[in-house]
Design a protein around this ligand. Structure first.
Ligand code: HEC
Length: 156
């Protein structure tokens, strides 16, 4: 019986939309259509910015902002040093020269959203495999704090 009610409902909705007519409702109907299954299964195209709250490009000025780096040092030495060493691999990777291999926005997202990055970003996924499947902890930094830490990392 249930399917009968459902198909009746579908018909009602369909004709309702049809009766409304106009381009608007047709466009709306198209917008909510599911993409073909093959597209859903594809790997999402990797963004150089990674996955996370920051999706605008962060550019680092040539000169290091020493005051900002000093603030970052405090945060780094309380929240990051347990797993990271500037020069050597520890629980997590060494970070000296990181901005030569990674986009600053990517680094920011790794700090702010490590769980999402490990799940969805191809580079972070590989790092997770390489570093013994220890997941980097989300240390709950604000975007401002993360930016300060990045400035400190630049001094390594
Ligand atoms: C519990 C240990 C742990 C803590 C604490 C931690 N990390 Fe990580 N971090 C890791 C591991 C392990 C990885 C490698 C990816 C993975 O396995 O999750 C990583 C990866 C990274 C990367 C990417 C490295 C690369 O070479 O691309 C950055 C950047 C980073 N961490 C920054 C930080 C900062 C900044 C802090 C402090 C706010 C911090 N991490 C705190 C363990 C940690």
């Amino acid at each position: 019986m249930k399917w009968k009610i459902l198909s009746m409902l579908t018909l009602v909705v369909f004709f309702g939309l049809y009766a409304c007519g106009g381009n608007e409702s047709t466009e709306e109907a198209n917008a909510t259509e599911e993409p073909p299954a093959s597209m859903v299964e594809d790997e999402p195209e990797a963004s150089p910015f990674g996955v996370g709250p920051v999706q605008e490009e962060i550019t680092l000025p040539d000169e290091i902002d020493q005051a900002l780096a000093e603030k970052g040092k405090e945060i780094y030495t309380t929240k990051c040093i347990a797993c990271h060493n500037p020069e050597h691999d520890a629980i997590g990777p060494a970070q000296k020269g990181i901005f030569e291999r990674r986009n600053p926005t990517w680094v920011m997202n790794m700090i702010l959203n490590p769980e999402g990055m490990i799940k969805e970003d191809p580079v972070a996924k590989k790092l997770f495999e390489k570093y013994n499947k220890v997941a980097m902890t989300n240390m709950g930094l604000t975007q401002e704090d993360a930016r300060a830490v990045m400035e400190y990392i630049r001094t390594f």
